[in-house]
Design a protein. Sequence first.
Length: 174
Amino acid sequence: MNIRSNKGFTLIELLIVVAIIGIIAAIAVPGLMRARMSGNEASAIGSLRAINSSQSTYASSAAQGGYATALATLALRCGALGDGFISADLGLDPSVKSGYTVTLANGAGAAVAANDCNGTASSTVYYAHTEPLTIGSTGQRSFATNQGGTIWQDTAGAVIAEPFAVAGTVNVIQ
């Protein structure tokens, strides 16, 4: 005579556990997406701060007061010694970092300034901006800065045009 063991879980019990896990996941995923977007936006702001800092160092030590007009120029070292003025993750034009495109260019009203230590022409002003790769997924806001060092945001994620002005969705963050 065979006696069956009643150990284990029934199908109903397993379905209830799977349903509970699904409900918890449905509640948690939107919060995780918002946290990811917030982290990406913080990284974009950090990238602009790094550009401002590296431009200041570049202007004072390599370009006789002028500013670089390309991220690749900031990534170059001055002569044979030392490091570049900005980290390698921002050394391409444009750079993609943490779900944002980071771009550096001449600012409004730019004029050619002195050549830098590598013989590259610098500019009297610069303009850096970041936009999310996918608005609402990798980030919601776009950001911009220039030689003034103030970081501006657009809550709609659009490219912020120079000259900067507080209007509509564009405002200052610091």
